[in-house]
Write a protein that binds this ligand. Structure first.
Ligand code: BEZ
Length: 280
């Protein structure tokens, strides 16, 4: 039986809906639309299935899915025989995960401050760590949450991830009068060298790490890039009027079309780090 997580509720307080837009990063990511995520961004967990092979679940293991979203990969871990728990910072995602998989334990928790009552054999994380600009805090929590020799298996955006998309986004915002939009970036795309060093500094042995390009077709044909920007670039758009948002998105699409649009499909220029580290 998995004991409940003790959770630091500071994020919940910071996410109070009375705060004005743009004040708090977590809050904006918290507004992710779980229906849009599930209907148009299924690729997020479909690609994550490859990572499950690297996790190599052993029946009876206790596994934490860090940043579980709406729970699709958490369920696969459970089906492989593990006692699994999923945590995510976004209440909307956890609400949907619980509705999707009522037999699995899910909780709202912050990857930078979570604590567990009983350590895990492994922590799994797909497509989440690039949203956390304080990697050392996450690594520290994970170290505390793992048993000795426990493993951390993750995939996230690495150095050079979405280079063309980010560059178009920043150029269009700058041309619209927004100074240094890159300073608002919610993203963290480290090199293998940087991330492995951080893990080693906190007592992990990195046993496997790769950086690879994974051009990713977006769903929904012509609307694919607009959906992606609306969902994942909300931090940059939320201060703009609806008309301005439409204009900015169209200008970004115009810049990206020659390189990232082919035969009716938008292709995001993803670049992933996939790694395994063992708590020494
Ligand atoms: C990614 O999966 O690489 C990603 C997703 C959303 C925003 C930035 C990167």
């Amino acid at each position: 039986m998995i004991k409940p997580l003790s959770m630091n509720n500071s994020w919940m307080i910071a996410g109070d809906s009375k705060l004005p837009i743009m004040e708090n990063n977590s809050m904006l990511e918290n507004r992710w639309d779980n229906a849009l995520y599930e209907s148009k961004h299924a690729f997020v967990w479909q690609y994550g299935e490859e990572l499950l092979q690297l996790l190599s679940v052993q029946p009876g293991e206790r596994i934490l899915d860090l940043g579980c979203g709406t729970g699709q990969l958490t369920q696969k871990i459970a089906l492989a025989g593990a006692e699994v728990m999923g945590i995510d910072q976004a209440p909307t995602m956890i609400e949907k995960a619980k509705a999707n998989y009522p037999d699995i334990q899910f909780a709202v928790a912050d990857a930078k401050s979570f604590q567990v009552d009983e350590p895990f054999d492994a922590i799994f994380s797909n497509a989440v760590l690039h949203w956390i600009t304080e990697p050392d805090a996450v690594i520290s929590c994970m170290r505390e949450a793992l048993k000795p020799k426990g493993r951390f298996v993750a995939e996230f955006g690495g150095q050079g991830n979405i280079k063309a998309i980010a560059s178009a986004l920043y150029s269009v915002l700058e041309a619209s009068g927004y100074a240094s939009p890159e300073k608002m970036s919610p993203w963290y795309f480290p090199s293998i060298g940087e991330y492995a060093t951080r893990l080693e500094q906190q007592g992990f042995d990195v046993t496997y790490a790769v950086l690879f390009d994974r051009p990713t077709p977006l769903e929904d044909g012509d609307a694919g890039m607009a959906n992606w920007i609306s969902m994942f670039g909300s931090r940059f758009l939320s201060a703009l009027s609806a008309d301005e948002q439409t204009r900015v998105i169209q200008a970004i699409e115009h810049r990206l079309k020659p390189t990232l649009y082919r035969d009716g499909t938008w292709i995001a220029d993803y670049r992933r780090i996939r790694l395994v580290a063992i708590k020494a």
